[in-house]
Design a binder for this molecule. Structure first.
Ligand SMILES: Nc1ncnc2c1ncn2[C@@H]1O[C@H](COP(=O)(O)OP(=O)(O)OP(=O)(O)O)[C@@H](O)[C@H]1O
Ligand SMILES: [Mg+2]
Length: 297
């Protein structure tokens, strides 16, 4: 069975990196395991007309954090929706390709079944049940679990987010953006994910709150053995924690590699981090640059 291009690049990119010249974080860790999640040659079309994603392949190794980066409309959320079985809610269809979980095709399964298997998404925009309390939101996340297991999970979520424990009885809609993001992640954790996909968890949050969210992502990998697919426009944050990254542009992967390599790449630095050889650029320069630059040109 052939591997997708992304996986091939993951293996080959880590090999030479063992030389002392460049030491991406992935090379300093244990050898990459078989991917727990794979997208193969995916093509997604909305409304029979709009091709949102074209021939996208990527691989997420077990207990790894993989960043999926790209600007507005690149197709990031579309890929996550395809993974979670949610495309149909928006007239989207996976026309080609497959999603594999532990080597098994899962893209025809229902959203419920995908969650039961451990593929869980925190959608963009922190969708919590605004009229329910923190406790009730979390209970919704653990509804399919036996009571004792749900109680254990609840304790775990409160240990990760003490703020949520303090505000158990609070109506979610009245909480801050950061607290709602924590609640959305907490609710996803209640269903005991194996793979957790986070869609722009830092969007619109203050830097200190983002620090807190990213500390939790690191703990989820290190202490809870989760595999994380992290969708972000915030390339700096995402590459700071990820082992490996993919850059999506106009529905196609245009670049992938170990996170440290991407962080050092001149294109990524200019395009996503707003930094060039001459130092930091103003946002105006970067916007101008973004208009000019086309990855595929
Ligand atoms: N429900 C939909 N119907 C039609 N087109 C859609 C739909 N959802 C997304 N698209 C289109 O598909 C493309 C990819 O959108 P997607 O939301 O996946 O991008 P994204 O990378 O998540 O962007 P953002 O960073 O803004 O969230 C865009 O051109 C978008 O306009
Ligand atoms: Mg999106």
């Amino acid at each position: 069975m052939g591997r997708p291009a992304g996986t091939r690049r993951l293996v080959t990119a880590i090999g030479p990196a063992l030389a002392p010249a460049a030491e991406p974080r992935a090379a300093l860790m244990a050898p990459p395991s078989e991917p727990v999640l794979e997208f193969r040659n995916m093509r997604v079309v909305y409304d029979n007309a709009i091709e949102a994603v074209r021939d996208v392949s990527l691989a997420v190794p077990e207990r790894g954090v993989v960043a999926l980066l790209g600007s507005n409309g690149a197709g990031k959320s579309t890929l996550l929706k395809a993974m979670s079985g949610l495309l149909y809610t928006e007239e989207g269809v996976l026309e080609n390709g497959s999603v594999l979980f532990r080597g098994e095709e899962v893209h025809r399964l229902s959203p419920d079944e995908l969650v039961r298997r451990g593929i869980v998404q925190v959608p963009e925009g922190r969708r919590v049940f605004v009229a329910l309390t923190v406790d009730e939101n979390l209970q919704m996340g653990g509804f399919a679990k036996p009571q004792a297991a749900a109680r254990r999970k609840l304790d775990q979520v409160f240990s990760l987010f003490p703020r949520l424990a303090e505000r158990r009885g609070q109506i979610a809609g009245y909480m801050s953006g950061g607290e709602q993001q924590m609640l959305a992640i907490g609710r996803a954790l209640m269903s005991e994910p194996v793979v957790l996909a986070l869609d722009e968890p830092s969007l619109g949050l203050a830097p200190l709150v983002i620090d807190r969210i990213y500390e939790v992502i690191a703990r989820l990998r290190d202490e809870f053995a989760l595999t994380v697919l992290l969708v972000e426009q915030n390339a700096h944050r995402a590459l700071g924690i990820a082992d490996y990254g993919y850059i999506l542009e106009n529905g196609r992967i245009v670049l992938d590699g170990p996170a440290a390599d991407l962080m050092g790449s001149e294109d990524v630095r200019e395009f996503y981090l707003g930094v060039s050889k001459e130092g930091a650029k103003s946002l105006r320069d970067v916007k101008h640059y973004k208009r000019r630059k086309r990855w595929l040109s």
